[in-house]
Structures are given as structure tokens and as C-alpha cells.
Design a binder for this molecule. Structure first.
Ligand code: SAH
Length: 288
């Protein structure tokens, strides 16, 4: 057992910029209809009371309904891209306040995210789940920016799941720059596509604080967020300055994929210097 949850503490922030494009715009996908989607469409378009009355519907009526549905989908997609940009261009504490004020942003974002992920060659979270199951089955894990907490639901480890909104009772809502966990309390800290705020140094400082000595930091990100071929080396230098020792000087190839990179590092006894921030370019989902 162990999908644990904890309390909260105050927030702080930082700054950043830049942009990178990412395939997998939600409009490009043909996902299975989901309850939430069906509901919002029902709310937007008048529904016939019975199936027999729908048989008598004129073609102009059904055409209008199709157009309404397309329009609703475009609006939803635009909203997803706007929330995505907001997350990449705001410090974590600002996003936390905003998502707490309007939790529907989280749900809209994750609906778009799920649809986008259908077009990816792999979902890196699946690789991480397999890695934990096979290599670290009894580690205490912190999933930082856990989204809908699929990691916690997929492994038997104790997993502390954190995100801006608690999608389910296993998740603690907080800004991951201010985690409600004691010092040196987890074996593995994971950021899976979640280094989204502008204050990445603050997120790494928290990961360093909650990790046990020699604990593992695992980061998976979109490769195009690094500016050029030297980006990974600069990122590794940054992680070292933050008090981590790299498992490998190269990006970890366990994902064996050109779309994503991952790095694995260990917490050292060095306190880390978190004054310099690192700028990863935001991902943008293409408009269709
Ligand atoms: N790791 C999950 C979700 C990735 S989407 C997965 O792989 O499926 C990125 C998640 O990071 C989003 O749910 C977003 O809300 C969260 N996030 C972004 N900034 C955050 C912050 N400052 N604190 C907590 N969560 C954050």
C-alpha cells in the first residue's frame, strides 16, 4: 500500500522564455470518445429526446450539429494550447494559484494532453513505470507534476504524487517548488514532462531536498526543448551545479527515442547552487 498524500506549505517563483514546437496537436488525433467530451458536446448541441425523433432530423439540422461540434472542438483545442503556454511561461507558484482558482484548466489541459500523447511514438511514462517495476520495486517515489497519477496507479511502490490540482485522492495539490514532504524522505524523484514552470532551479532544489542521500533524480523531457546539440551537456552541467552526480554523462537512452530525452542523477552531499536558473524552451502544440 502506499499512494500517500501530504499537507501544503507556502510558494515562491522565478522567470524564463523561448519556444519549441511539438507534434501531437489534439486535433490531429482520433481518440476514443470520452465521457467528459461527450458531456460537453451534449451541453452545446441540442439533443433529440428519443432515437426515433432523431430519425426525422433534417440534413441541415445534423449539419449544424456537426459544425457546432467542430467549433466546440476547435475552441477546446485553442484553450488547451493557451493553458499549455501559460504553464510554460509562468513560475510554479503563479500556475498553482491560477489552477486552484480555476481547476477546470487542469482538466481541459489533461484532456488535450491525453489526445496529443496518442500520436507520440511512445509515452515516456510507460517506460518509467517499467523501470520502477523492474529496477526499483520497493523504492519510495515522488512523482512531481504527476498529472492524473497513472504512475502511482501502476506500481506497488509508495508513491507521493503532486500536481497543481488533485485529479484524485492519491494526489496532493501543490506547487512542486514547495513540496509538503520532509527532507531526505524519498528514494526517487521523477519529473516526467513536468518541468514546465519558468523556475526550474526551484523545482530541482526541492527534489534535492526531499531525496535521501544518493537518491535518484529522473527527468524525462521533450528533446526539442533543448536549444541545440549542446543543450544536453549544458543541462547536465546545470544539474551538477545543483548538487547531483550523473549516472551517465550522456542523455539516458533507455527511452531509445528521438522525441524525448531522459537523465538519471544521484543526490550528492553537496548543498547545490540554485541561484542560476536553466531555460528549457516551452513546447508548443501545433494548430490544425
Ligand atoms: N507526469 C505526468 C503529467 C505530465 S503533464 C505524465 O507523464 O503523464 C505535466 C504536469 O505537470 C501537468 O499535470 C501540470 O499541471 C504539472 N505541473 C506543471 N507545473 C507544476 C508545478 N509548478 N507544480 C506541480 N505540478 C506542475
Amino acid at each position: 500500500m502506499g499512494k500517500k498524500k501530504a499537507g501544503q506549505k507556502p510558494q515562491k517563483g522565478g522567470g524564463g522564455k523561448g519556444k519549441t514546437a511539438m507534434k501531437g496537436h489534439p486535433n490531429s488525433m482520433k481518440p476514443k470518445p470520452q465521457q467528459h467530451q461527450q458531456k460537453s458536446q451534449q451541453q452545446r448541441s441540442p439533443q433529440p429526446p428519443t432515437s426515433s425523433s432523431s430519425a426525422g432530423k433534417s440534413s441541415s439540422q445534423s449539419k449544424l450539429s456537426d459544425l457546432q461540434q467542430q467549433f466546440a472542438k476547435k475552441l477546446e483545442s485553442a484553450r488547451f494550447r493557451s493553458i499549455n503556454e501559460e504553464l510554460y511561461t509562468s513560475p510554479g507558484n503563479v500556475s498553482f494559484e491560477e489552477f486552484q482558482r480555476e481547476p477546470s484548466k487542469f482538466h481541459t489541459y489533461h484532456k488535450g494532453y491525453r489526445e496529443a500523447a496518442l500520436s507520440w511514438p511512445i509515452n515516456p511514462l510507460d517506460s518509467l513505470i517499467r523501470w520502477i517495476q523492474s529496477r526499483h520495486p520497493s523504492a519510495v517515489v515522488a512523482d512531481l507534476g504527476c498529472g492524473e497519477a497513472r504512475l502511482a496507479a501502476s506500481v506497488s511502490n509508495t508513491v507521493h504524487s503532486f500536481d497543481l490540482v488533485a485529479a484524485n485522492p492519491t494526489v496532493t495539490a501543490c506547487d512542486m517548488a514547495a513540496l509538503p514532504l520532509p527532507d531526505s524522505s524519498v528514494d526517487i524523484a521523477i519529473f516526467c514532462l513536468s518541468l514546465m514552470g519558468t523556475n526550474i532551479a526551484d523545482f530541482l532544489k526541492e527534489a534535492h531536498r526531499i531525496l535521501k542521500p544518493n537518491g535518484i533524480l529522473k527527468i524525462v523531457e521533450v528533446r526539442s526543448r533543448l536549444e541545440d546539440g549542446k543543450g544536453i551537456k549544458r543541462f547536465i552541467q546545470f544539474l551538477k551545479a545543483c548538487g547531483f552526480r550523473m549516472a551517465s554523462e550522456e542523455a539516458d537512452e533507455f527511452l531509445d527515442n528521438r522525441m524525448f530525452f531522459s537523465v538519471e542523477a544521484f543526490k550528492t552531499s553537496q548543498p547545490g547552487n540554485f541561484t542560476a536558473n536553466f531555460e528549457l524552451k516551452p513546447c508548443q502544440y501545433k494548430k490544425r
